[in-house]
Design a protein around this ligand. Structure first.
Ligand SMILES: Nc1ncnc2c1ncn2[C@@H]1O[C@H](COP(=O)(O)OP(=O)(O)OP(=O)(O)O)[C@@H](O)[C@H]1O
Length: 200
């Protein structure tokens, strides 16, 4: 089974690529979605995060307030370590379970959409690594309503996009339209052996 890793900076267009890839029949494993799943109430990561962040990290429903946890972890290194320690192992276990399911289900290829592909060493699992690259600031502000300063801080907190591009096997340029992005992604995924003539 071919495992393709997809990453990129915040708001570069990873979701746009993975949504298109899924529509072409490629199995997508979304690490953001796994991150949401492993912190459901009662699971070990939830308990560890509440222990580290306190009840202030909870919504009235008892679910984790992911925005608040993200905000605190973003500015407090110890809390960020605690969050990573609580979530990384269960996320990896879940990823491995999904890869095994895809393998035994006979999938020829899967795409792992992972914002932290290189930072968490998931690239070692991949036959091919792809980075979606774009000028992020305005798209990030438009999508998440951040001020320019907030958006710049979020971008600066990540591994530089140029470094991701240098480490990847291929870069999917997303400076153009969504249609252009889809066409470029199709060409690169086809060359990576992840889709075989399944695009429209
Ligand atoms: N080619 C494009 N033209 C215009 N807008 C785009 C294009 N590609 C993506 N966008 C928009 O930019 C924003 C970021 O794209 P997307 O959510 O796919 O990025 P992402 O890399 O998955 O982000 P994150 O990792 O932060 O969740 C979205 O609002 C999306 O609709």
């Amino acid at each position: 089974m071919r495992i393709v890793g997809l990453t990129g900076g915040i708001a570069c267009g990873k979701s746009a690529v993975s949504t298109a890839a899924a529509s072409w029949g490629l199995r997508v494993i979304d690490m953001d979605e796994i991150a949401r799943r492993v912190v459901c109430p009662g699971l070990p990561a939830y308990t560890d995060i509440v222990a580290a962040f306190g009840d202030g990290a909870l919504l009235p429903s008892g679910e984790l307030n992911r925005t608040e946890v993200g905000r605190i972890a973003f500015s407090d290194r110890e809390k960020r370590r605690a969050l990573n320690a609580a979530t990384h192992r269960p996320m990896l276990m879940q990823l491995l379970a999904e890869l095994a399911a895809a393998l035994f289900g006979g999938e020829a290829a899967v795409l792992i959409d992972a914002p932290l592909l290189f930072e968490t060493s998931l690239h070692w699992l991949c036959c091919t690594t792809l980075v979606v690259a774009a000028t992020q600031l305005e798209r990030l502000r438009a999508r998440d309503g951040f001020s320019a300063e907030e958006a710049e801080k979020r971008i600066a907190a990540q591994m530089p996009l140029a470094e991701k591009c240098a480490r990847a096997d291929a870069v999917i340029d997303n400076e153009g339209t969504r249609d252009e992005l889809a066409a470029r992604a199709a060409t690169i995924l086809d060359a990576a052996g992840a889709i075989a003539g399944q695009t429209p």
